[in-house]
Structure formats: C-alpha cells, structure tokens
Design a binder for this molecule. Structure first.
Ligand SMILES: Cc1cc2nc3c(=O)[nH]c(=O)nc-3n(C[C@H](O)[C@H](O)[C@H](O)COP(=O)(O)O)c2cc1C
Length: 211
C-alpha cells in the first residue's frame, strides 16, 4: 500500500516538509510505503477552464499537475500539505489542486482519487490554517474520497523549520493522521479481500441549483 505525500511549499525542506515527515515516519512504521512529491518553485498556472481534460483525461497544461496525476493512479492514499499564505493555501498549491481535481472531475477514465483516503495538512506561523485546511478538504469531498481525521484540525505552527519540533501537539496530530490512515488502508484491503462490494455508482445529476 502506497501513500503519496504532497509538499506544496516552495521550500523543499521547510516547515511543511517537516510536518509531512512526521506523518511519513509513522506510516512507514505501520508498514505503508510512502513517496513524497514536491510541487517545486516553478509557477503553476491556474485552471484555464477550457474543459480539454474531459477529452484528454489529463490537463492541457503539461506540468507538475500531470506528473502527479500519473503517480496518483498508483497510490492508495494521499496527504496534501500546504504552507499558509495570507490565511489560505499557498498560490501554487491552489492552482495545483484546482487543475488536478478538475481534471479528475471531468475525466471518466483514469480516476485517481475516488474512494481513496486523504488528509490535508496546513502549516502556518500563527493564523489562517483552519481556512487552508478546509480548502483542502473540499477537494477530497467533491471526489468521493474518505477524509482521514486526527484529534484536532491538521495544522502545525512554525515560522521556520527549526520551530516545528516545538509544536508538540501539532506533531502528535500528524502521527495520529498516519495511524488512522494506515488503519483505514488495512480496512479497505480487508474489505477488498472479503469481497465487500464497492458502492453502486449513481448516475451523475448536474444542475445549477435547480435548473
Ligand atoms: C507569502 C507568505 C504569506 C504568509 N502568510 C501567512 C499567514 O497568513 N498566516 C501565517 O500564520 N503565516 C503566514 N506565512 C508564514 C508561513 O506560513 C510559515 O513561515 C510556514 O512555516 C512556511 O512553511 P514552509 O517552510 O513549508 O514554506 C506566510 C508566508 C509567506 C511567504
């Protein structure tokens, strides 16, 4: 079983990376394979709303988003981490998530996320992590993913990576996410082996409120 951890920070080894590493250590201890994907420092453009992903099964802009989409097909679970910028997700992560999940929403082939577990992690100096955390959860819940929770909302407070170890509660919550994710993956695997049927697919209904 493989969990992809996405570091949405421009800092490869910044505070977000350290928070994710705490999750990763425990996942590995629980026997789960992990891979970390860094979104990098190159600008990730926002969604063009061109709808081409419905035909292509991937985004028309061929960058980190499509690179991750390929990896996501093979993953069983996901942790998406972002630093907080102006009380919200960092700009690159917002664009990354919009295009990643819009191409999932549009494409009936190559579904990478449906019925897989996910958790979001937000890292801030002081304020805005709850907003970023709920932004992340919205991508998961629009795609029939299972949100793995912890004992609080998933945030770690630090201005710089050296401050991360000081947030003992935040790091404890990271470890709880990992334990719960590992447990959930084992349950899914057991269900698969026992032949528990997947939920029936409801034909989509798409209205703009009532029309
Ligand atoms: C452009 C920018 C905006 C920021 N806005 C916030 C903010 O609104 N609230 C906050 O608590 N921290 C804010 N921070 C601080 C970062 O969230 C914090 O330094 C975090 O540890 C960075 O994580 P990283 O090392 O993974 O990038 C901001 C940092 C930058 C660069």
């Amino acid at each position: 079983m493989l969990v992809e951890l996405v570091n949405g920070s421009p800092h490869k080894n910044g505070s977000t990376a350290l928070a994710l590493r705490e999750v990763e250590t425990i996942l590995q201890e629980e026997g789960i394979e992990t891979h970390t994907f860094w979104v990098g420092t190159k600008a990730i453009g926002g969604c063009l709303g061109c709808g081409k992903c419905a035909e292509l099964g991937k985004c028309v802009i061929d960058d980190k988003v499509n690179e991750f989409r390929e990896l996501a097909q093979k993953a069983d679970g996901f942790i998406f981490g972002s630093p907080v910028h102006y009380a919200a997700l960092a700009g690159n992560v917002k664009s990354f998530m919009d295009r990643l999940f819009f191409s999932e929403f549009q494409g009936n082939q190559n579904r990478a996320f449906r019925l897989k577990p996910a958790a979001g992690v937000a890292v801030a100096r002081r304020c805005g992590s709850a907003t970023a955390f709920s932004q992340l959860n919205k991508y998961f819940t629009i795609q029939e993913m299972f949100v793995v929770s912890s004992r609080y909302w998933n945030d770690v407070f630090a201005l710089t990576p050296d401050q991360v170890p000081e947030d003992k509660e935040g790091l404890c919550n990271m470890r709880v996410i990992a334990r719960n994710m590992a447990y959930f993956l084992r349950c899914q695997e057991a269900a698969r082996r026992a032949g528990v049927p997947l939920p029936k697919v409801e034909p989509p209904v798409f209205t703009n409120f009532t029309r």
